[in-house]
Design a protein around this ligand. Structure first.
Ligand code: ATP
Length: 299
């Protein structure tokens, strides 16, 4: 288990992380979210023991994080730190050896992963000759080659096309199935919604929301109703509990204060014609995030 307990980090006078706590269990994918400057990278650096917390402690499997357990952690940093003059093979051997692996074992695994990421033809090529997305794949391979207990992924999907996002996600899910811990950051809420169970949202180092995605969605009471049909939109706008009505292509999207107002909307929809869709959905994580961060900024 990764345990972050009451961690605070100052850079001089700048408070980057303020009293942050969370845990990541085996087989869990955890999301660390926040706008630029929220404190995500600082938190990752502390987990990787590249930075000391000013206060609080971080443990992995009950041991304080530090050089002694670096073999148990694999990471993809935001600055994508590859040794660009090396070939792909040299690069992965270099990192694998640092993590205590034998060259023979590294080469066997390397062939598997290069094939899996569809970059086998670049094995003997210099890193600098690869496209950005392919460099990202190689960095990801260096992060996972030693099968770490904990994977720390800072913005792993940035710069990837949708097919490669899928590929990265499927590999990350496999690690989850194997009981590994995964912590990742992203600005893209749809990525978070797709596959993380627990999350923390940071704003200027402070935790504005934390917990399981399911609970967060349940507790956020506003709902969205999607309707297709010929309905009096003006009447909908005036109904009790309705916050917003907009039309997106064929669909009418109605935002309501809570479940309590579904009936109000339904009564109006029944008066319309050609109704062939009426679905009540939870608000998206993006909407929850914007609403929270917006509110917090205004305070
Ligand atoms: P981004 O999404 O832009 O990468 P982030 O959430 O990773 O942002 P951090 O890089 O952790 O945020 O930064 C948190 C805060 O700490 C910011 O206010 C930033 O300016 C500050 N900060 C980060 N590194 C340093 C440093 N070396 N010295 C001083 N302040 C720093």
């Amino acid at each position: 288990m990764l345990k972050v307990e009451n961690v605070t980090k100052y850079y001089g006078d700048v408070l980057a992380v303020d009293n942050l706590s969370f845990t990541v269990n085996e087989g869990e994918i955890f999301g660390l979210l926040g706008v630029n400057g929220a404190g995500k990278t600082t938190t990752f650096r502390m987990i990787m023991s590249l930075l000391e917390p000013t206060k609080g402690k971080i443990t992995l499997n009950n041991q304080p994080v530090g050089y002694n357990i670096s073999e148990k952690i694999g990471f993809l940093t935001e600055e994508r730190s590859l040794l660009t003059k090396l070939t792909v093979k040299e690069q992965v051997i270099y990192y694998g050896t640092l993590k205590g692996m034998k060259e023979e074992e590294i080469l066997k695994k390397l062939d598997y992963w290069l094939d899996r990421f569809k970059v086998s033809e670049y094995k003997e090529r210099k890193i600098k000759e690869l496209s950005k997305g392919n460099q990202q794949k190689i960095q990801f391979i260096t992060a996972i080659i030693h099968e770490p207990d904990l994977l720390v992924l800072d913005e792993p999907f940035t710069g990837l096309d949708p097919i490669n996002v899928e590929l990265f996600m499927s590999v990350i899910k496999e690690f989850k199935e194997k009981g590994k811990m995964i912590i990742f950051s992203s600005h893209r809420m749809e990525h978070v919604e797709l596959f993380c169970e627990k999350l923390v949202i940071l704003l200027k180092g402070k935790t504005v929301l934390s917990g399981s995605l399911k609970e967060i969605k349940k507790n956020y009471r506003k709902k969205v109703i999607k309707i297709i049909g010929d309905i009096d939109i003006e009447e909908l706008k005036k109904a009790k509990g309705v916050l917003e009505v907009k039309k997106e292509n064929l669909e009418i999207i109605v935002k309501i204060e809570s479940d309590d107002y579904v009936d109000e909307v339904f009564k109006i929809v029944k008066k319309g014609e050609n109704i062939n869709k009426f679905i009540v959905e939870d608000a998206s994580l993006n909407e929850i995030f914007v609403s929270l961060v917006g509110e917090a900024y205004e305070k």
